[in-house]
Design a protein around this ligand. Sequence first.
Ligand code: PMP
Length: 440
Amino acid sequence: MKPILALNAFDMNDAAELGGALEERVRQRAKLFGAASVLFYDRPLEFVRGEGCWLYDADGVAYLDAYNNVPSVGHCHPHVVEAATRQMGKLNIHNRYLHQGIIDYAERLLATLPAPLSNVTFTCTGSESNDLALRLASNFTGGEGIVVTEAAYHGNTALVTESSPASYKHGAPPRRVRVVPAPDSYRVPQERLSDTFAGHVAAAIEDLKRNGIRFSALAVDSIFSSDGVFADPPGFLRTAIDVVHRANGLFIADEVQPGFGRTGASLWGFQRHGLQPDIVTLGKPMGNGYPIGAVVMRPEILDAFCERYGYFNTYAGSPVAAAVGHAVLDVIEREKLMENAMRVGEYLKQRLTDMSARHPEIGDVRGAGLYIGVELLRRGDGSPAPERAATIINKLRDRRVLIGAAGRFGSVLKIRPPLCFSAVHADHLIAVLDDVLTEA
Ligand code: PMP
């Protein structure tokens, strides 16, 4: 499996080929950031400005952003920027004082989630949300066994890294973390997908038990983004969640990727499966670039945790975080971004599917709303084609269109633009991709 940070990453061994100012800048950064420095693309990019679905370099050259889901309502959206700066100039303080802004935001956010999930704890990142969720689940169930999918990424704390197989360059998660195959709708027939996935989850729970490890939770990203984007058929997750509940475990829905309207039909990815999670974790698109996250859960789960521990997060749930959170929801509603994600996502998927008839190396086009995966195959044996994916991503970059890679092998093109992506943007992406695929 390819570690997630190795996907589409610049190789420092190629620095000399860059030459000039770019080489100098890349080397300077590598020297400062050391081994942890990761840059995208064979020729790293430097931007100075963003607006809507576009990123601009210092020469004013525009790149179409079909990759970034953090600026979900559009880069530097004026309504969000205005809300943040206005509140920043008035009051920004931790949340151990009353502030109506965060109360109102909590009410507004909870109203979008199933009623039993009626408590929220604010965080600053998706990693912090998942870290707290895993602790809540473990405390509530008395177990420490976690089940995740094989190329899952849930964040960067010690606990969450151990539950993120995609973070490992060598070795694997500890024994209390069980890894199951992703619900690969391309390789498993759709009518068997639900039972197959549930069977893997049941076997993992059974194996934990056999090894004397009590089961705590199944944590999944409901669009399976790092696993390669699996959205269909809607509802396929339900059988696995029944298995989890029968084993007295909790279901943690990681909404860091699909949340806030990306999948089009609903605000939350788990709703595509008609599910009610026990814990929901939020992050990235929640603040359109401002670091805000949340954990939403049934009160008894939080009550049990708070009997043993306190939870305080200095920057979480501040007045600025609340103002930004409100502003993001305003834009999603006012600009009808869910409807846009649905309409443009379907259009883009259809155009990609049409294109696959001309390009047999496209094995599958899938996804929901503006989260689309394009599976690439080797021409000879039909096996996954990660090198080809890397070539295409870099050629698109050279033509100023930005996408990324996903999947166990890195062979899936990941198309995940800001939600203001229009049919005109989609046509541009299709035209450039068609050219790139047609070249040798
Ligand atoms: N969950 C998922 C599904 C993610 O994709 C990510 C980040 N890529 C995280 C959690 C962690 O979020 P953050 O990097 O903001 O901590």
